[in-house]
Design a protein around this ligand. Sequence first.
Ligand SMILES: [Zn+2]
Length: 227
Amino acid sequence: MRYLFLILLAGLVSACGTRGSSPEISALHNVRKRPIQRQETIVIDAGHGGKDGGSLSKRDAYEEKVLTLETAHMIRNSLNQLGYKTVMTRNDDTYVPLSTRAEIANSLKADLFVSIHYNYSPNRDAKGIEVYYYKEEKNPTASRIVQSKSLCDNVLRKVIALTGADSRGVKQANFAVVRETKMPAILVEAGFLSNPGERERVCDPRYQKAIARGIAQGVDQYFEALR
Ligand SMILES: [Zn+2]
């Protein structure tokens, strides 16, 4: 009787481990592997590009436009893994005017717009991460502004948790891409390239991945609060 039980158990384990041996079990595995498909589309905007290099230093061997594109691709992958649809405002080293970036998101009627940049300061000690939304003076309680602020809070909290970087807080500014977009929109300044220590971390793909995962998880938490 005991042997019979072991034989039956061995059969069950091998069925689980063999693809296609049982349609029900295979179907169950496939369902578990696939992420939940979300309806929301997020436009990811890699700052600068082409003739606009952003902040750069030949001596220190970095270009902001290169780092923003690398990070933007990682953000796209992280959001796709969470089941979100994504669109990039640029996929390579091309110059895209700021108004076109906003127009891409507006014409798609995207749900969110996330712009990624790296910071620069003449003060080499300046460091940390800050997240911006549009400074709306006439109508600060408009739903897009309130939602953008909430998105900033969620993204900053997650990015700081995953990177261990200093938080410089949520801020308001009149940047064209967050002003001209019609959906909740934020601009992440993900670290200072003028700070030697922070620059070294930002140039490490593992650190960039932590930034990207933090942004994606912050987006997910923002939507979770609305569901
Ligand atoms: Zn920039």
